[in-house]
Design a protein around this ligand. Structure first.
Ligand SMILES: *Cc1c(COP(=O)(O)O)cnc(C)c1O
Length: 393
């Protein structure tokens, strides 16, 4: 048997409405894009503030290329640590209110590397059922014992904590804003439980960095006032910060642990200078300029209202992520295609990214959408409703 078994597996996915393929999505001046030739308004990007096209970031990145070149040439522990990344990490530690911070090339890589570094067999890990795949992969790689509690159900978490031997090393691991649902846990309650049961905590702020927190906008740990009580605050530059790469912030001892143990850091070339400079600029911008964030929240409120007026069911929006649940994978794909043909690019998200029978259209709102884009999409979503019930779940 050679490649036929793989073809069979792909055919099976196709039959289940779960085959994935990648499409060309060409930006055409935010929020416009062209999806395989079809012009559309972009509602599938995590670039919530539109910073990926901000001239201030571009200028910083270009300047960094001029000074440092396009690559760093070696890993952080060899010779990949220039003054720019030192400054970025100092800025991040201040941003997050921690002793130290460390950057990684991507959020996926960071989560796998962090968890592999801090966990060992014998440790216990408590994960929200809907945690991002990269968190799960890091836990699996570590060989630690793990269990999942029901989504956002901290009573369920407490039950599990209470059953675990007191002396074992324990970690609670959760997204702050959940990437496919747009909701988030009460991080103060998470910190309380962690302290009560002697657990440490890792919070993934990928979808919250730059958006939440009154003073610095460093994420939901800031909003809940627990920046000094969460062991590790992880986040990315790849979403609201409009760039690429990730960070983890925490105590000196935890960052030193990462430097000594995190294979995803040790055995990977340091992030490109352009990405370092763009990240540094983005962190400065979100702390000093509230205008983009204010516009984003205005758009989120506008879209929620536009949906309510037209009978489109979405959860109460606590973030720029608005999931429209449709149930079956085939229905989600058909709806996504219909929206695209109407000029709205909304990605259909199917299992295994989300649990079975919860396929959805994942709408992301950004600061660069105009009211007419938001109204137009709500209108189109409302027009999909009969097809949804006719097609069944
Ligand atoms: C996107 C995401 C990641 C991965 O970050 P990348 O920089 O895209 O690799 C990790 N965690 C969560 C919760 C995410 O949404």
């Amino acid at each position: 048997m050679s490649q036929e078994s793989y073809q069979q597996a792909l055919d099976d996915l196709q039959a289940a409405g779960q085959l994935r393929r990648i499409r060309e999505v060409e930006p055409d001046g935010l929020p416009h894009c062209v999806v395989e030739g079809q012009p559309a308004i972009h509602f599938s990007s995590n670039d919530y503030l539109g910073l990926s096209r901000d001239p201030r970031l571009a200028e910083a990145a270009i300047e960094a290329i001029g000074r440092y070149g396009t690559g760093t040439g070696s890993s952080r522990l060899i010779a990949g640590t220039n003054r720019l990344v030192m400054r970025l990490e100092e800025t991040l530690a201040a941003f997050k209110g921690t002793e130290a911070a460390l950057v990684f090339n991507s959020g996926y890589q960071a989560n796998v590397a962090i968890l592999q570094a801090v966990l060992q067999p014998g440790d216990y890990v408590f994960c929200d059922r809907l945690n991002h795949a990269s968190l799960m992969d890091g836990v699996l790689l570590s060989g630690a014992k793990w269990t999942r509690y029901r989504h956002l159900d901290l009573r369920h978490l407490e039950e599990k904590l209470a059953k675990t031997p007191r002396e074992t090393r324990k970690w609670i691991v959760t997204d702050s804003v959940f990437s496919m649902d747009g909701d988030y846990p009460d991080l103060k309650a998470v910190a309380d439980l962690a302290e009560q049961y002697g657990a440490m905590t890792l919070v993934d702020e990928a979808h919250a960095t730059g958006l939440y927190g009154e003073r610095k906008r460093s994420g939901l740990c800031e909003t809940f006032g627990v920046s000094d009580r969460i062991t590790l605050q992880m986040g990315t530059f790849s979403k609201a910060l409009g760039g690429a790469g990730a960070y983890v912030a925490g105590s000196r001892v935890m960052i030193d642990t990462m430097i000594n143990k995190a294979r995803g850091l040790i055995y990977s070339t340091a992030m490109p200078p352009a990405s370092m400079a763009a990240a540094l600029k983005a962190v400065e911008i979100v702390q000093t300029d509230a205008s983009l964030r204010d516009r984003l929240w205005e758009n989120i409120r506008h879209f929620a209202l536009a949906c309510a007026e037209r009978g489109v069911e979405i959860p109460t929006l606590k973030s720029p992520i608005a999931p429209v649940l449709v149930g079956g994978s085939a229905v989600a794909l058909a709806h996504g295609q219909a929206l695209l043909e109407a000029g709205y690019f909304v990605q259909a998200i199917r299992p295994p990214t989300v649990p079975a029978n919860t396929a959805r259209l994942r709408v992301t709102i950004t600061a660069v959408h105009k009211p007419e884009h938001l109204d137009g999409l709500a209108e189109r979503l409302a027009a999909l409703k009969p097809a949804e019930s006719a097609a069944g779940r």
